[in-house]
Design a protein around this ligand. Structure first.
Ligand code: MTE
Length: 330
């Protein structure tokens, strides 16, 4: 991941943070205003405003999710545009440039797809994508994604808590960590020719982190199946950790006793720790993590936003790290 020289520390204005209830309430108000006033112009305007954040882009198969029961996934900021979410990506198996995955991931075949469940579980085996899609009800979760490089987005994912899957495979008492192995197929992924990382891309969580209700197994975004460049057909999303902990295109989930070595730890142990919780007080050795640039708010007058502890999910996940020295276990 590259060096960014990000400086400045400006607070967001309240209009940047639109709770979902507020914007949904506004839609209802707009619809009511449109019918009572009966004005054609007003109803057209209301229609545009009502669709602004929720409309499907209409590019891929529909995958609707119901409003999440997880409170932190409901009240969220304005989502980043579909265009930005799907064209500014890190997916090194398709190249290291931000535009490479959108350009080259067409060669990824997200079907047929299976995920192998291995290690310390009572019910190991292979699950195919259709079984995984039916395993639990799909929810919409609007999460902030903070990349370790200093940029962030707000993404309306579709999926369910990883805990739903974990409970069904019944980890044994020896399972302390969960390792996520992602696809490494030279025939489909031109970036594997580069030795920038050890392939396959491997990430891992402590079992209690993996079981946390905010940890999402995502199959879609913006009400449609995942575009290849975002990790089709299924990926992890751990919203309080830097984005690289959220492995794309998962093929194997392994329950283990010892803390696994992850791809980024192997590549640069002093820069990318196992935990990688978003923490504005722990700088990357080469740059500050105190602020972030929100994608879609670029330009000369773009304001930097302060980065929040645990990416703003401290109330939900802080207890997982009670008593730990977060400077040392970064
Ligand atoms: N997963 C795989 N398999 N390969 C990768 O290169 N990049 C990570 C993560 N998952 C990556 C990956 C990084 S650095 C980030 S910031 C997020 O994916 C980006 O996800 P997005 O492109 O959907 O925003």
């Amino acid at each position: 991941m590259h060096l960014r020289k990000d400086r400045g520390h400006v607070h967001p204005v309240p209009s940047d943070i639109t709770p979902r209830a507020a914007y949904e309430g506004r839609r209802v108000w707009l619809r009511q205003a449109a019918t009572t006033a009966g004005g054609v112009a007003l109803s057209m305007w209301a229609g545009i405003a009502a669709n602004a954040q929720s409309s499907r882009p209409g590019k891929l198969a529909a995958l609707p999710g119901t409003r999440s029961a997880v409170a932190a996934a409901v009240t969220m900021e304005k989502p980043t545009s579909y265009q930005d979410i799907t064209s500014y990506n890190n997916y090194y198996e398709f190249g290291t440039d931000k535009s490479d995955p959108a350009r080259l991931a067409g060669s990824l075949k997200p079907r047929p797809w299976t995920v192998s469940i291995e290690g310390e579980v009572k019910r190991p085996g292979t699950m195919d994508l259709d079984a995984l899609l039916k395993l639990a009800p799909m929810e919409e979760r609007v999460y902030r994604l903070r990349c370790v490089e200093g940029w962030s987005m707000v993404i309306p994912w579709v999926g369910y808590s990883l805990a739903e899957l974990i409970r069904r495979v019944e980890p044994t008492g020896n399972a302390k960590f969960v390792e996520f192995v992602t696809l490494a197929d030279r025939g489909q992924m031109p970036g594997l020719r580069s030795s920038v990382l050890e392939w396959p891309y491997i990430e891992a969580l402590r079992l209690d982190e993996a079981l946390h209700p905010l940890t999402l197994l995502a199959f879609g975004l913006y009400g449609e199946v995942l575009p290849n460049q975002n990790g089709a057909p299924l990926r992890l999303v751990v919203p309080w950790k830097y984005g690289f902990k959220s492995g794309k295109s998962i093929v194997r989930i392994r329950f283990v006793e010892k803390q696994p070595r992850t791809s980024w730890e192997l590549a640069a142990p002093s820069e990318y720790g196992f935990y990688s919780n978003v923490n504005p007080k722990v700088d990357h050795p080469r740059w500050s993590q105190a602020t972030e640039r929100r994608i879609g708010e670029d330009g000369l007058l773009a304001r930097k936003r302060p980065t929040l502890m645990f990416n703003g999910y401290e109330a939900q996940v802080g207890a997982l790290y009670a008593g730990m020295d977060l400077q040392r276990q970064f």
